[in-house]
Write a protein that binds this ligand. Structure first.
Ligand SMILES: C[S@@+](CC[C@H](N)C(=O)[O-])C[C@H]1O[C@@H](n2cnc3c(N)ncnc32)[C@H](O)[C@@H]1O
Length: 248
């Protein structure tokens, strides 16, 4: 069970019990992937948690990260698959309008496109990442915007589904985005958030800040919880967590 018992995420189910052989295999794999893990895990050592005050720092980090796809694949990053699983599970209609917030190079779009979803919009702060995303042919639109500082350039109730994978990282996106996410998502639509579980206890998410933002929106009947779950080995040895909310 996760640290604080009163937190929203303390009720998330942990589904795997590790056997010794699995632990040994993971240790061996950890050594072989150490360098790549270091690059992916240490985001917050070179992007400070106030980076949204100078969003160009974040944009530059990703503009300069030409090998992003290869690097995250080497550490068995499962964020896009988890996001795809959640949308397939909760939204059978392949014609829905989907907004991929913090799309980066488009791994989530690729995943959704391979599952038959065709109406996907990407939004990100990194132009070079969006260029790569566009080339993959999975998105009908790509939009360059700072999704923390600015209201996103979309109409109210424009999307059936909003998905955000791997972007709730100190200095990147955070719970301040929730009201704008709810604004652009239709009533009855879904919001799917996938992130590293340990970040819930760190920086701008920690001390109950993430949980309070979620709960305030439940209490004010802006959204309701549909599903939450911990995913072991979201990448390498790190757990992930998925949250699915329905906009009311
Ligand atoms: C770790 S990547 C995840 C990309 C993709 N969702 C994936 O799962 O591969 C984080 C993304 O968040 C984007 N990002 C960070 N801060 C942002 C902001 N303020 N507005 C829009 N995008 C932002 C970055 O440019 C980057 O593409």
């Amino acid at each position: 069970m996760i640290g604080c018992t009163n937190c929203l995420h303390s009720i998330i189910e942990r589904l795997s019990i590790e056997q010794p052989i699995v632990v040994m295999a993971k240790q061996a794999r950890k050594l072989s992937t150490e360098q790549n893990v270091s690059k992916v895990t240490n985001f917050h050592s070179f992007v400070d948690e106030n980076a949204h005050d100078d969003s160009q720092k974040v944009a530059k980090l990703y503009d300069d990260w030409a090998t992003y796809d290869q690097d995250v694949k080497k550490v068995a990053y499962k964020g896009p698959t988890i996001g795809g699983d959640m949308i397939s599970k909760h939204c059978a209609d392949k014609n829905v309008t989907i907004l991929d917030v913090g799309s980066g190079t488009g791994m989530v779009g690729e995943e959704l496109h391979s599952r038959g979803y065709t109406n996907i919009t990407a939004i990100d702060i990194s132009q070079k990442s969006l260029d790569i995303a566009r080339q993959k042919g999975a998105y009908s639109r790509v939009v360059l915007t700072d999704a923390v500082k600015e209201q996103m350039p979309f109409e109210a109730n424009e999307f059936d589904v909003l998905v955000c994978v791997g972007c709730f990282i100190p200095g990147h996106l955070n719970q301040k985005c929730f009201p704008d996410w709810i604004r652009v998502t239709k009533s009855g639509g879904l919001i799917v958030l996938v992130m590293r579980e340990s970040f819930l206890r760190e920086g701008e998410f920690g001390n109950g800040q993430f949980d309070r933002a979620v709960q305030d929106l439940i209490d004010s009947k802006k959204w309701e919880k549909v599903y939450t779950r911990i995913y072991p080995e979201y990448f390498d040895d790190y757990d992930g967590v998925v949250f699915v909310y329905r906009v009311l």
